[in-house]
Design a protein around this ligand. Structure first.
Ligand code: NAP
Length: 327
């Protein structure tokens, strides 16, 4: 489709006729971003992906992805990210390793300011993801992926017939504890209050799971390690009494922080900061789409992020076919 479409852009009043205008600028090179790039490039859209580090997003930090179909032996998350990038670039999508610093999304020609220049696009796909909250305990980052984990569905299988702790009291922690109770021999759910915040639907199955134990009013004070994780030291927040619990792995499930700062003040967000978008991925601004973990959705997984990317391109094409905004 269009490359340098200066006549349209001139209507915005501040874009010179010679500036390049992409059909689609994708911010974030995780599975949602590169699925969008693949579909957009195959549809002939002039597409660029902005990624600040390496492709793959959160998935790139997972040592083995077993729940993305098509890989019968699983696949290293970093390798999967690289495959997704090359798959999209094969059809002409471009990647720029740069950080998007600010967005101007309201006009027909949208503007993305980066560390090394400003890009213009007729559509923008936000695929910036969400970052799991960390415990903030010493040694956590060093043990990440090797004893401390943030995704039970991704890494639970490494702890078959072992003892794990799950930290958190929300629906994610409850869901993770139930999932792990089917894989591990013993699951210890650690929550800083004396009741779960999790939806009621989880309470009975959790209390009936014979291998799930609870440590109420407790927080992780220390990760105990000797050649890897050995256990944790808990502190009761009411009594200040500490206790040591042996375990092979810790799953931190205390919520996520959506990486939606760029959209704040422009797009509608939910109270937790996720970009409001339904299954169509369309946001509150025409021509702007939110895919993957950064948008409001029930299940944040690689497969659902990738599906979002494809859907976003479907609606972006519809938007572009209708004139691409109020020129
Ligand atoms: P959440 O509801 O915000 O719960 C986070 C939990 O972690 C809370 O129990 C909180 O304790 C605890 N926590 C937060 N920071 C902590 C810290 N520094 N140390 C120890 N504990 C800490 O997050 P979520 O469980 O990820 O759920 C997010 C949203 O997704 C919710 O709206 C949830 O309903 C939804 N969800 C839905 C489903 C489903 O429908 N199947 C499944 C999963 C999640 P406090 O309780 O003391 O605040």
């Amino acid at each position: 489709m269009s490359n340098s479409d200066g006549r349209r852009a001139a209507h915005t009043g501040h874009i010179t006729p010679l500036e390049h205008i992409y059909d689609m600028i994708i911010v974030g090179g995780g599975p949602g971003g590169y699925a969008a790039a693949l579909y957009a490039a195959r549809a002939g859209l002039d597409t660029v992906v902005l990624e600040q580090l390496a492709p793959g997003g959160q998935a790139a930090l997972t040592q083995r992805v077993d729940n993305y179909p098509g890989f019968d032996q699983g696949i290293d998350g970093y390798a999967l990210g690289g495959n997704m990038r090359r798959g999209a670039e094969r059809f002409g999508a471009k990647t720029r390793i740069t950080q998007a610093k600010s967005l101007a999304l309201a006009g027909a020609v949208k503007q993305v300011d980066t560390g090394d220049g400003t890009l213009l696009g007729r559509t923008v796909v936000l695929a910036t993801g969400a970052v799991p909250r960390e415990l903030g305990v010493a040694g956590e980052q060093e043990l990440a992926g090797r004893g401390v984990h943030y995704c039970a569905a991704c890494d639970g299988m490494f702890y078959r017939d072992k003892t794990v702790a799950v930290v958190g009291g929300g629906s994610s922690a409850a869901e993770d504890a139930l999932l792990l109770s089917r894989v591990c021999s013993r699951v210890i759910l650690i929550h800083r209050r004396d009741t779960l915040r999790a939806e009621k639907v989880y309470h009975v199955p959790l209390s009936e799971a014979s291998n799930v134990e609870f440590r109420w009013n407790s927080v992780v004070a220390e990760l105990l390690q000797r050649d890897g994780l050995q256990g944790i030291r808990l502190r009761n927040v009411k009594t200040e009494v500490e206790q040591t619990v042996d375990c092979d792995g810790v799953f931190v499930s205390i919520g996520r922080n959506p990486a939606s700062g760029l959209a704040r003040g422009q797009l509608r967000l939910d109270p937790a900061g996720y970009i409001l978008a339904d299954e169509s991925t369309r946001t509150s601004i025409p021509g702007v789409f939110a895919v993957g973990d950064v948008r409001t959705k029930a299940l944040r997984q690689i497969v659902t992020a990738a599906a979002d990317g494809a859907v976003a391109v479907h609606y972006a094409q519809e938007y572009l076919a209708q004139g691409g905004g109020p020129f």
